[in-house]
Design a protein around this ligand. Structure first.
Ligand code: S3P
Length: 423
């Protein structure tokens, strides 16, 4: 696909689609609660549709109306055996959390997914679940999908020190713990997004969070709720960066979720000298960005999980900042939808950026002028969207993006929303 190039001015207001993490979880909690759950501003993108389909295959009634998704909860004991493997598509969140949800089911399940899913590490979820008593295994003795879950009589609580900072892993263990005998105590390596913890409380369950320690007791019951999903800051991130680097821009992003475990990009933009203002309104808020002179920064440590999905677009931002930006402690980027360290370095280098990949991040030297190139998303939605924002800066030449359709994994109307800001 030929990308839009040479846009110096982006002006307007945008409501970004619903948060992907919260949309997945709203279906999961809705299905496992008793009674009805109604979800507004649900993200209708491939990943979340995979979660809907998985629960439909497990016998849950889910109705889609233009305004709402309506889930008829069946309770933790009400899921039925699927008559085929559950296909999670490209969704790491679906496969990993479903492993925790189904670990104690009285029936067998097979989880399958696309080529990217089959390369993503699953031991991080399987090992703690096996410790809880689950019978769960990867393909031919490996840790990789397809994943087989065998029926188990019951799970028991464990104390678990997480070796990786991962909300997907944490959430899988929490969902298993809600159905286990006794208490489970999880110690996070770093604080990661806490939507699962927040939503347990919202659905009438109990969870105790004290810093990095999380305590969950088993045999809980949840109650259906009405939810409005806030806009996804990870989708807003592409427009935050676009507004900062296109020469004469001003973009207002409304109703963006501002959970503090997700707002690392705002801290980084401020540290780089970007003109960003945030008007909080409860859990969501309005973000305004304007074209800015930027300087390099260092991004590391506990900040990383707070912006893990934004690192590709932050790397692009750094190509337009004076001086060096160093991203470290981000080795998790290698096991995302694609190896995002390599993908960002390779594709932006093709366009003229000065980037060095490292074992746990990237070193980016700015400011560089970008030029036309043939690039690929590698089938990774966030790499595809980042490359379109990069292309806006190209004044000479064309940018041709392979596998552009990957954007529909989290943001099907991304290209249309961007075009709405052209003047
Ligand atoms: C997610 C957690 C993150 C993130 C992913 C969504 C979630 O993955 O990258 O896009 O919804 O829990 P990890 O928790 O594995 O880092």
């Amino acid at each position: 696909m030929k990308l839009q190039t040479g846009k110096k001015e982006l002006v307007g207001t945008l409501i970004v689609p619903g948060d992907k993490s919260i949309s997945h979880r709203s279906i999961m909690f809705g299905a496992l609660a008793n009674g009805e759950t109604r979800i507004r501003h649900f993200l209708r993108a491939d990943d979340c549709l995979s979660t809907i389909q998985a629960f439909r295959d497990l016998g849950v009634q889910i109705e889609e109306t233009p305004d709402e998704i309506i889930v008829q909860g069946v309770g933790f004991d009400g899921l039925k055996q699927a008559n085929k493997p559950l296909d999670v598509g490209n969704s790491g969140t679906t496969i990993r959390i479903m492993m925790g949800i189904l670990a104690s089911a009285p029936f067998a399940t097979t989880l399958i997914g696309d080529a990217s899913i089959q390369k993503r590490p699953m031991n991080r979820v399987m090992l703690p679940l096996q410790e809880m008593g689950a019978q769960i295994s990867g393909n031919n003795g490996s840790e990789f999908a397809p994943i087989q879950i065998k029926p188990t009589k019951s799970l028991h609580g464990i104390t678990y020190h997480m070796p990786v900072a991962s909300a997907q892993v944490k959430s899988a263990i929490i969902f298993a713990a809600l159905q286990a005998e006794g208490e489970t105590v999880i110690y996070e390596k770093e604080k990661t997004r806490d939507h699962t913890e927040e939503m347990i409380t919202a659905f009438g369950g109990h969870i105790d969070v004290d810093g990095l320690a999380i305590r969950v007791s088993g045999n809980q019951a949840l109650m259906g709720q009405s939810i409005t999903v806030p806009g996804d800051i990870s989708s807003a991130a592409f427009f935050i960066v676009a507004g900062l680097i296109a020469k004469k821009s001003e973009i207002v992003l409304k109703n963006v979720g501002l959970n503090p475990t997700r707002t690392g990009i705002i801290d980084v933009v401020s540290a780089m000298g970007g003109d960003i203002s945030v008007e909080e309104n409860g859990l969501a808020g309005e973000i305004t960005v304007r074209a800015s002179q930027l300087k390099g920064t260092t991004i590391s440590g506990e900040l990383i999980p707070r912006l893990i999905d934004e690192l590709p677009i932050i790397a692009l931002l750094a190509t337009q900042a004076e001086g060096e930006t160093i991203i470290r402690d981000a080795e998790e980027l290698k096991v995302k939808e694609t190896n995002r360290i390599d993908a960002v370095a390779t594709e932006l280098t093709k366009m003229g950026a000065d980037i060095t990949p490292t074992a746990d991040g990237l070193i980016i030297r700015g400011k560089t002028k970008l030029h036309g190139a043939n690039v690929t998303s590698y089938g990774d939605h966030r790499i595809g969207m980042m490359l379109q924002i990069a292309a806006l800066l190209v004044e000479d030449g064309e940018v041709d993006l392979q596998k552009a359709e990957a954007v529909s994994i989290s943001y099907p109307q991304f290209f249309e929303d961007l075009e709405g800001l052209f003047i």
